[in-house]
Ligand binder design. Structure first.
Ligand code: GLN
Ligand code: ZN
Length: 749
């Protein structure tokens, strides 16, 4: 018997980001909607046929989206926020919800669990009447059928949909109405696609579920299976174990349960409940890029086989391949490319693992297994990945390193030495990235201009940036980061152990894609990374120039990370590299260094049981990175959010002298936690919302600062924007910062 295979979901953006390009051309009015739709269909077709030809049994339909699957689910359920209900044209309304229009703000976006993919947050408001719309599902199902594919229909399940929604009260208050719409969708499908397999994604259950959620899970799938008729229902989770949900689903007549055994090893503990159902075993990592270790996967399958008979096991990806790049085709000659598997390669791996598990072993399979084993062994022992010096150096730091002096001691020294005014003003680092600036960086990369010409160009931008900051009277200056394309890539390109791909794009949201670096080996810093620019900038002003680094945890969380050593060990290696940079900056006279940890929170585990361990090593890595700072070197950190209710104790332990955060929109609501906690160090609560082109006037800044003073002591507050100004225009930034500085001054008098 051939072992069956299933792909949880497939990337939709296209091998050459065709969907991104088509969407953006359509939005710019350059192509008509029809052409966008044609491109979208061509992509679906290519992706389906690729999976079919590879031999996949269960191929997804409705994993395609023009923007996001949660947004599609809103449409499927008729959950249209009030402000968009009057738009009659469905396509126009869809993109208005995603991106806003002249009259209305877009729906908000947030990260999908612990990935860097952002989904559209459903809004359940008054007057909402759920109403099923199965048209997208049915039309994509039909398209696939015409290509000879009986698609597995992907739908985000009711518990996850509601659980991630925004509403005034408890989103599960909408349970009955939402369920009614889901039932209608099943009926619509049953009418057109008898016997279809429906995959309900319920990843919400990988976060410690409440008794109420489990109770509703039972209600929902009891009701859905009761009306499903010949349809087969599969409930899938990913990114962690979901044993509580597995236990509940075990008692219901669902056809199958899909579990992630890569990021949820503990799923094996709950398998008894799966007896009598299909187990969709997620073995090929959908969110990392390393070749699967077939021997390990087969051993895991043997383990699983103790609970579920082999004929009921379907071999699968750990989650949707949406989180993996498309294909290795364009990656060229680097020796590491053979260690990698992107979406297309993962599909093929899956088929091989299934064949190898089902046996008997043909020569083709034996050869594949042998080659895989050799490759895995070669990677482990490759001189490319291990660097004895790095190991020695990292070990020499020991555990729990910290810098000189307590906060109180450091603060006293710094206050005296810096003599900054009350409510000192600063910015978060980057200034507007103009098209000229991007062209400059592109030109030097393509060798169209010399290094010297490039350097002169960057220095001119730094000069202008400093001149402006002095003119408006900011207190602590920045160089503006003109030499940086991206806050992680910039450092990764100079550190050893990082690989940059040509085409490993992954969808981040809508049409936006990111190309995370791959950390394949031991990380070290061969030479200083920022000292030249920061020292130059400091030489141009008598004011204090802030050094600007990206922190170890953020570099880690925004990369594909090697899987042969713990993430904590990689974080330490990055931290040592940053340690050297901090020491070098200090040596050339830089007195404030900001170490950004924009992505600190993203790395949080989904299960509470793992949180303490993460916090420990993440805080340790940050502290190690700044541990070379002397008492009179002030360390700032920056985080791109303001909800610290669950992590304030961690922020305290990081012990930065100053933390800048994002509060212009949320105001004091989230800031109060610092007050309640009696947080001792200094804080720069953002007073300028940099995500909007709006230019706040002086009065508005005064209000913002006044309200911060209600919860924080005057001698602890800094005045700054929410985040870097990279995406803004100079025309916006100039007047806004001028108003900000003037507002701060009115409080000093
Ligand atoms: N220093 C960075 C900048 O200003 C910080 C960006 C971020 O936090 N995302 O661009
Ligand atoms: Zn930020």
């Amino acid at each position: 018997m051939a072992q069956k295979t299933l792909i949880t979901g497939y990337p939709r953006i296209g091998g050459n980001r065709e969907l991104k390009k088509a969407l953006e051309s359509y939005w710019a009015g350059e192509i008509p909607l029809d052409e966008l739709k044609k491109t979208a269909f061509a992509l679906r077709k290519t992706h389906w046929l690729f999976q079919k030809e590879a031999g996949i049994d269960f191929i997804s339909v409705n994993d395609f989206s023009y923007y996001d699957a949660m947004l599609d689910t809103c449409v499927m359920l008729g959950a249209i926020p009030q402000r968009f209900r009057s738009i009659k044209d469905a396509d126009e309304r869809y993109f208005a919800m995603a991106r806003g229009n002249a009259a209305s703000l877009a729906m908000s976006m947030t990260k999908w669990f612990n990935t860097n993919y952002h989904y559209i947050v459903p809004e359940l408001d008054d007057g909402l009447v759920f109403k099923a719309d199965s048209s997208k599902i049915l039309s994509e199902y039909k398209e696939a059928r015409e290509l000879g594919i009986e698609g597995k229909i992907n739908i985000i399940g009711p518990l996850t949909f509601l659980g991630l929604s925004k509403t005034a009260g408890d989103p599960y208050d909408y349970f009955d109405e939402a369920l009614g719409a889901y039932i209608q969708v099943l009926r619509d499908i049953a009418a057109h696609a008898q016997g279809a397999l429906i995959q309900f994604d319920e990843p919400i259950f990988v976060r410690d579920p409440s008794p109420k959620q489990l109770d509703l899970l039972k209600k929902a799938y009891a009701a859905l299976t009761a009306v499903s008729g010949k349809l087969r229902i599969l409930v899938t989770t990913y990114f962690e174990h979901s044993n509580e949900a597995t236990a509940v689903l075990g008692g219901l007549p669902v056809w199958g349960i899909g579990l992630d055994f890569v990021h949820g090893a503990r799923n094996i503990e709950g398998l008894r409940a799966v007896a009598g159902k299909r187990l969709i075993a997620g073995l090929v990592d959908g969110r990392n890029i390393w070749v699967n270790d077939a021997e390990k996967s087969l051993a895991l399958l043997e383990d699983i086989g103790r609970f579920v008979p082999a004929e009921d096991i379907v071999i699968s990806t750990s989650c949707s391949l949406l989180h993996a790049p498309y294909s290795l085709e364009k990656e060229g000659g680097s020796p590491l490319v053979q260690w990698l598997a992107f979406a297309q390669e993962k599909v093929r791996e899956l088929v091989f693992i299934a064949k190898a598990f089902a046996g008997p072993k043909t020569p083709e399979i034996s050869e594949w297994l042998r080659a895989n084993k050799a490759l895995i062994a070669a990677r482990k022992s490759s001189p490319l990945i291990t660097d004895p010096d790095t190991a020695k150096r990292t070990a020499s730091f020991g555990a729990g390193v910290s810098r000189e002096g307590t906060f109180a001691e450091r603060n006293a020294v710094q206050k005296k030495a810096f003599a900054l005014p009350e409510l000192p003003t600063t910015t978060i680092g980057s200034f507007p990235q103009t098209s000229q600036l991007r062209a400059l960086r592109r030109d030097v990369k393509a060798k169209r201009i010399t290094e010297e010409a490039y350097e002169a160009g960057i220095k001119r931008v730094i000069d202008e940036c400093i001149a402006f900051q002095e003119e408006v009277g900011l207190d602590v200056l920045v160089h503006g980061e003109p030499e940086r394309n991206d806050m992680v890539e910039y450092f990764g390109e100079m550190l050893k152990g990082f690989h940059f791909t040509n085409n490993a794009w992954v969808q981040s949201y809508g049409s936006r894609c990111v190309k995370p670096p791959i950390i394949y080996g031991d990380v070290s810093r061969p030479y200083p990374m920022t000292v030249k620019w920061i020292a130059y900038a400091q030489s141009k002003t008598a004011k204090i120039m802030k050094g600007m680094l990206t922190g170890p945890v953020t570099i880690l969380n925004w990369s594909f990370v090697r899987d042969d050593i713990p993430r904590s060990a990689v974080a330490r290696q990055i931290a040592v590299s940053l340690y050297d940079e901090v020491v070098d900056l200090q040596a050339v006279g830089i007195r404030i260094v900001q170490v950004d940890e924009a992505a600190f929170k993203e790395g949080y585990p989904l299960r509470k049981e793992n949180v303490a361990a993460y916090e420990n090593w993440a805080v340790d890595a940050f502290r190690l990175a700044v541990s070379g700072a002397k008492k009179d070197t002030q360390i700032h950190t920056h985080m791109c959010y303001s909800d610290f209710s669950d992590s304030i104790h961690t922020i305290e332990k990081m012990d930065a002298d100053v933390i800048t955060i994002e509060t212009a929109r949320s105001g004091n609501r989230l800031l109060a936690v610092f007050q309640e906690r009696g947080y001792a160090n200094e804080i720069g609560p953002g007073v300028y919302d940099i995500h909007s082109p709006r230019i706040p006037d002086k009065k508005e800044f005064i209000e913002q600062i006044k309200s911060r003073l209600e919860v924080l002591a005057k001698d602890k507050i800094w005045v700054n924007p929410d985040c870097g100004l990279k995406t803004r225009k100079w025309e916006e930034v100039k007047p806004a910062l001028k108003n900000m500085v003037e507002a701060a001054r009115t409080f000093r008098r």
